[in-house]
Each structure stands twice: as structure tokens, then as C-alpha cells.
Design a protein around this ligand. Structure first.
Ligand SMILES: N[C@@H](CCC(=O)N[C@@H](CS)C(=O)NCC(=O)O)C(=O)O
Length: 263
């Protein structure tokens, strides 16, 4: 989504030439864009926005993205937000013949966008997974668990079931070739897998995920970030799983409640 010039209050970016990515190493939406840029060999100038220091909420940043979210792409002074829109924009503008990750037909492109829109709709649930199982959220916008305690598990399970069905007769979501939808879903699955979601319940999806995880661009971008933070994250994750909240355990509760209610 391209912002109107009138929406951009940090006017200096209007003069930026070339491609600039405002992003955070450990943000899944930023990883999505960096994977695409690596896959297509697109060079850009990196502007780290540290979410742990709430830099996405400074006046300067809000003047570029009023939603206060990363990533943002600035291309020759034009500001683009929303990671799924950014990767499609980049592919259309910069893929050289033969390297595009867009499917060939308009109908397939529409299917691809629908799968990407589903990933985007589930981003709040993914956020719940992140801040329940993987990282403490120091901000005031941590997800609150409500009566619909495990609703996020149900919705994620339903999406994984759909993707698993789709992958039964093909290696990638749209067929024989990797497309933007595979990148988009990969970063969500990476998070789920890290949190201990039982991907083995969806064998075709697990195989598809592992195929993508072996690609250098994917491996590199999900491993980005300072070692100290990654190590601290790994310790937090393990201790949390042992002593507080565990996704495998919550999934098992959700699953048994579901089976009970349908028996
Ligand atoms: N739909 C947006 C979601 C972006 C988003 O939620 N970004 C997260 C990081 S993955 C963020 O900036 N969080 C900071 C915050 O919530 O304050 C996109 O795909 O770009």
C-alpha cells in the first residue's frame, strides 16, 4: 500500500533516492521482505528500527508509517507499507525475466493474494503466540487472553489444515514453482514451529516448510539479529515452556476439548 504524500509527515524521506527498508531483524514481517529481496538479489539501504526500544513509536517513525509498524519500504521518495503489498511491489518492479515469484495467470495471482491475505489476518494470532510462548512483551499492547482462550490455536490449526490440503498434490502453494505466498506463510510457520506448534499434524505442510527452510535466503533471514538477544530468547523460550506456558501443552488441551465437544 502506497501512502499519499499528504500522509507523510517526516518529509525528509520524500527526498530519499533508491530503495530503503525500515525494518527490525527479528520481526517476522521484516524477515518476509528481506527473504524476497535476497531471493531476487535486490540491493537496498537498511534502516534498523529497534522494536525493543519502541523506535516504531517515535514521532519521526510515525511520520513515515502512522500505524507504527515495520516494515516500511521507501522507493525514490515513495512510501510503501504492509509487507505482503511490499513484496508484490518489489517483485513487479525488480524481478528480472525468469526470476519473478508471481504466478503466471491473473487467476493464480488472485489465489496467491487470498492465501497472503489469510496470513495477514492471522497476524494477531501469531502475535499472541509470540508474546505467550516466545518473548515477554514490555509494551502496553500485549495480547490479552479472553474467554476465547485458545481461539488463536483453533484458527491457526484451521489455516494449517487448509495449507496442508493445498500441498497434497504440489510442492508449493500455487503449484510447481515457489511464489510470494510461500514466503509469506513461511515466516508465520517459522514462528509457530519455534513456539512448539505440532507441525507434524500437517505432514505435507511440514515437508513444504522444511523445503523452504533449507534455502539460503530463508535460513539467513530468520537467523538475523544480535547473538545476545537470540540467546536470551532461546533461554526465555525454554524456561517459559517448562514453568509457565507451553504451546504443545495448550494445543493438547485445545485438541482434547475439541474432540470432547464433537463426540
Ligand atoms: N500487516 C502488517 C503487520 C506489521 C506488524 O505487525 N509488524 C510488527 C512486527 S512483525 C510490528 O511492527 N510491531 C510493533 C508494534 O506492534 O508496536 C504487515 O504485514 O506489514
Amino acid at each position: 500500500m502506497k501512502l499519499q504524500v499528504s500522509e507523510i509527515r517526516t518529509r525528509e524521506v520524500l527526498g530519499w533516492k533508491g530503495l530503503h527498508l525500515l525494518h527490525y531483524d527479528l520481526s517476522s514481517c521484516s524477515q518476509k521482505v528481506r527473504i524476497l529481496m535476497d531471493e531476487l538479489g535486490i540491493d537496498y539501504r537498511s534502516h534498523p528500527i529497534n522494536l525493543m526500544r519502541d523506535e516504531q513509536r517515535t514521532e519521526w517513525y510515525l511520520g513515515i508509517n502512522p500505524r507504527g509498524l515495520v516494515p516500511v519500504l521507501v522507493h525514490d521518495g515513495e512510501v510503501h507499507i504492509e509487507s505482503n503489498d511490499i513484496i508484490e511491489y518489489l517483485d513487479r518492479r525488480f524481478a528480472v525475466p525468469g526470476s519473478s515469484l508471481l504466478p503466471a495467470t491473473e487467476a493464480e495471482q488472485q489465489q496467491m493474494r487470498e492465501l497472503m491475505a489469510l496470513e495477514d489476518r492471522l497476524h494477531t494470532d501469531l502475535r499472541t503466540v509470540t508474546f505467550t510462548y516466545l518473548a515477554p512483551d514490555p509494551s502496553d499492547h500485549a495480547p490479552q487472553l479472553t474467554d476465547d482462550q485458545f481461539g488463536y490455536i483453533g484458527r491457526l490449526h484451521q489455516a494449517c489444515t487448509l495449507l496442508n490440503e493445498t500441498l497434497k498434490d504440489r510442492p508449493y502453494l500455487l503449484g510447481e514453482r515457489m511464489t510470494l505466498a510461500d514466503i509469506s506463510w513461511f515466516i508465520a510457520l517459522y514462528r509457530l514451529n519455534l513456539a512448539g506448534y505440532p507441525l507434524q499434524q500437517h505432514p505435507e505442510l511440514k515437508a513444504g516448510f522444511e523445503r523452504l527452510a533449507a534455502r539460503p535466503a530463508f535460513r539467513k533471514q530468520v537467523a538475523a539479529g544480535p547473538l545476545a538477544i537470540r540467546l536470551a530468547g532461546s533461554v526465555y523460550r525454554r524456561v517459559n515452556r517448562l514453568l509457565r506456558r507451553s504451546l504443545p501443552r495448550d494445543y493438547a488441551h485445545w485438541d482434547s476439548a475439541r474432540k470432547h465437544s464433537t463426540s
